[in-house]
Design a protein around this ligand. Sequence first.
Ligand SMILES: Cc1cc2nc3c(=O)[nH]c(=O)nc-3n(C[C@H](O)[C@H](O)[C@H](O)COP(=O)(O)OP(=O)(O)OC[C@H]3O[C@@H](n4cnc5c(N)ncnc54)[C@H](O)[C@@H]3O)c2cc1C
Length: 403
Amino acid sequence: MDLEYVKGKPLFTNINKINHQFNYLTENLETDVIIIGGGVTGCICGYYLSKNNIKTTILEKGRVAHGSTSITTSLLQYELDDNISQLSNILGLENCLKAYNLGLLALKEIDDFICEYGNKCDYIKRDTLLYTATNLEEKAIKQEYSLRKENGFDVEYVDSSNNKYPFELKAGVTSKNGGIEIDPYKYTMQLLNVSIDMGLNIYENTEVKNIHYYDDYIEVETSYGYKVKGKKVIVATGYNTALFTNRNFGTKFCTFNIATKPIENLNKFYDGTLIRDNSDPYNYIRSTVDNRIIIGGEDISFEQMQNKELVKQKYDILEQRLKSIFKNIKNIEIDYKYCGCFISTNDNLGFIGNDKNKNLWYCLGYGANGILFAILGGMFLSKLYKKEVVKDLELFKVNRFDS
Ligand SMILES: Cc1cc2nc3c(=O)[nH]c(=O)nc-3n(C[C@H](O)[C@H](O)[C@H](O)COP(=O)(O)OP(=O)(O)OC[C@H]3O[C@@H](n4cnc5c(N)ncnc54)[C@H](O)[C@@H]3O)c2cc1C
């Protein structure tokens, strides 16, 4: 794990028993695809490739799901960080709607995975709410509602007349069953267990130290000197891509989460809707199956993550905000506080596909929808491996900001 990318005491790797350890690499290997990084992204890619009978090996330098995956809120929604009206200026309306629809497709993929292999990751289908408490942003929310409604998304408009939430709002857009929550550690482990049964290899404590490019294959050198040769490499190293490229993919931030202790009778106060507010800095809220509330947001620049005083202030702001939103819940106690790196892109989309070398592919779930982008990445890259044309890859092209 890159210690500088994650700080604090993550909820999900602390409440789960981490009793399984995968072997480290002790021999040279040859495979079809090498995935570098055993976070949720690498394991999602491993699942799709294995499902398509592509011989795949994941190399993880530390422990599986202990990087950014250990601190993701795992609030999965089809919508993007910015609203359609803002994003249309960058992406165009058509691409913006396409991205929303791809989000829905990725959510459906998770539903199908759970149907096929069972719910071993605290998966819950949830309604979502995007809201504002200020008069200033009422118009923006109305516009987001209208654009989604006109374009066939299943949404409802909320204002003070039909507000069922325990806090005041001026305007909101809800999507019935528009989101999913999961436990990211359990989900990653479930993906791995399913994929290993289909032939996936995974090695923990195996860092890729060097990479050699040839015409038709790539060879990576790992810690202790063992080499792995593959036709393609997928970089799924999260926010650290320095070994492969000096490309600056987006703007690095630090974002924060706090999680409460389990709250008695939580469902009397909060129905589990995935909540996001429209302000800047924004907040987002979800619950967990053991009745905690997680609130996140309050982003600062990545460099400021070293400023202990500022970090403490951000946790305090989140705690106050949580208590002001859920005024009816007495004695809320905070159990976990953690923060980490996050990369934001102008068009809110991640990066999938190759850059300069045709055999080195990226799957980088940047932006707030990282896990859904990883699912699209897994689907698209396994098709690409089989030489199928994947038109939607255009949206996620690595060099799209070059000109
Ligand atoms: C506080 C917070 C909240 C978030 N909330 C959400 C959310 O609600 N929804 C959402 O979709 N996304 C969210 N994100 C983004 C989210 O974290 C990512 O989408 C996802 O967890 C990233 O997973 P990953 O596998 O790409 O990265 P990581 O989990 O960081 O995995 C990368 C792995 O690569 C390994 N690695 C790196 N270099 C090497 C090497 N040289 N050799 C071998 N292994 C290597 C690392 O050890 C690491 O385990 C959030 C992020 C943060 C910080």
